[in-house]
Design a protein around this ligand. Structure first.
Ligand code: FNR
Length: 387
């Protein structure tokens, strides 16, 4: 436990570890298998070194930027993270208020514990919201979520493309993780046709989830996460993006692209942007760190679509490096959850403030006064260093 007020994002993490129920803490912090990618996401930033410039006027360092044409106060945005009411009773509402107060963008998870409409209403139109989508075998379920998000005023649809199946998170399996009984996956309340029994295979198992020692029961909202994961459309491919384009006018952002090849396909498919992401190391363990994948994706995008990044951002210098390498903005997942656990809305706000202050300081000390001036000239990879 940290004594005194948190002074960096790691302090929020230590506080969360000391205070959250073990099952919740494990769910939030875990990655797939032996968590090589979770750790590498963070460590990889330190392999990029900063080349600072001096005697630059940094008396007015500004972090304002634009997202989907809207002004935001910082390039640090809120990532889609499931089940935020496990961290704090206000959950996604608190996150939404904090994002709106700080003037940054928020992406809401499909698996939120507060519904699409209530989360955006809390922001009172102050900021651009995104909705994160999983595509299910039953396209009607996904389509109704897309329509609800657009109607409610969301600007962007983040289609998660790294999760045809759930990665194995060993701590969750050991804990037999489930959503606490008093919470619900709020976006599915209006999907009465989706019952647990309708999704079971002939043996009464959830397809793809035989390893989980859980007996699905009807009317158990805690089951819905597992159920819906088991019903993700594993055949989803680039052609299917045409269907999404047809049903929505929201910006379409692919979340989870890690290679130049897929960037080319994304551009050809006409999407508006991509998030370089490995799902915070929760999907395929051994995947390269997002900051290391970023340069090839940016090079392949050739400025035709926006490129964003998430994964392992814990310090202002991490944000600085991602922006120098071409990310238009970054998203934070776990740090936001730990802020929420610390003090709800105030905690998330404090996380955003601390991280943005660190970014400003990094910019000032490197001799850069605005976001659009950041570029690869301020970095060198350790493998290129000459001594
Ligand atoms: C996530 N992430 C995620 N992504 C997504 O597309 N849909 C989701 O429902 C979730 N849920 C979720 C829950 C938890 C507890 C975590 C930690 C993450 C992934 C998230 O959007 C983002 O990619 C990572 O969190 C970024 O890494 P950091 O910032 O957590 O290191």
């Amino acid at each position: 436990m940290v004594s005194g007020a948190p002074v960096c994002l790691d302090d929020f993490e230590k506080h969360a570890q000391a205070t959250l129920p073990k099952m919740v803490w494990d769910y939030y912090k875990s990655g797939a298998m032996d968590e090589q990618t979770v750790n590498d996401n963070k460590q990889a930033y330190s392999r990029w070194r900063i080349r600072p410039r001096v005697l630059v006027d940094v008396s007015n360092v500004r972090t304002e930027t634009k997202l989907f044409g809207d002004r935001i106060s910082t390039p640090i945005c809120i990532a889609a993270a499931a089940m935020q009411r496990m961290a704090h009773p206000d959950g996604e509402l608190a996150t939404s208020r904090a994002a709106a107060k700080f003037g940054t963008a928020m992406c809401l998870s499909t698996y939120s514990t507060t519904c699409i409409e209530d989360v955006i209403a809390e922001g009172k139109g102050a900021i651009p919201y995104g909705f994160q989508l999983y595509v299910y075998k039953d396209r009607q379920v996904s389509e109704s979520l897309v329509r609800r998000a657009e109607k409610a005023g969301y600007k962007a649809l983040y289609v998660t493309v790294d999760t045809p199946l759930l990665g194995r998170r060993l701590a969750d399996e050991r804990n037999v993780f489930e959503l606490p009984k008093h919470l619900r996956l709020a976006n599915f309340d209006a999907t009465p046709s989706l019952t647990v029994s309708s999704l079971l295979d002939r043996r009464g198992h959830l397809p793809g989830q035989n390893d989980l020692p859980i007996t699905p029961t009807e009317d158990d909202p805690a089951m819905m996460n597992i159920v819906l994961s088991a019903t993700t459309d594993t055949s989803l491919n680039f052609e299917d993006l045409k269907w999404l384009r047809r049903i929505t006018k929201m910006k379409i952002i692919l979340k989870g692209v890690m290679t130049a090849e897929d960037t080319e396909l994304a551009v050809a498919a006409g999407v508006d942007g991509i998030v370089v992401s490995n799902h915070g190391g929760r999907q395929l363990d051994g995947v390269l760190a997002t900051i290391d994948a970023l340069p090839e994706v940016v090079a392949a995008a050739k400025g035709r679509i926006d490129v964003f990044l998430d994964g392992g951002i814990r310090k202002g210098t991490d944000v600085f490096k991602a922006l120098c390498l071409g990310a238009k903005a970054v998203y934070i997942g776990r740090p936001m959850l730990y802020g929420l656990a610390y003090a709800g809305e105030e905690g998330v706000l404090k996380v955003l403030e601390l991280l943005n202050d660190e970014l400003k300081l990094a910019m000032a000390l490197a001799g850069v006064d605005s976001i659009d001036r950041l570029g690869p000239q301020y970095l060198i990879h350790e493998t290129e260093e000459t001594f």
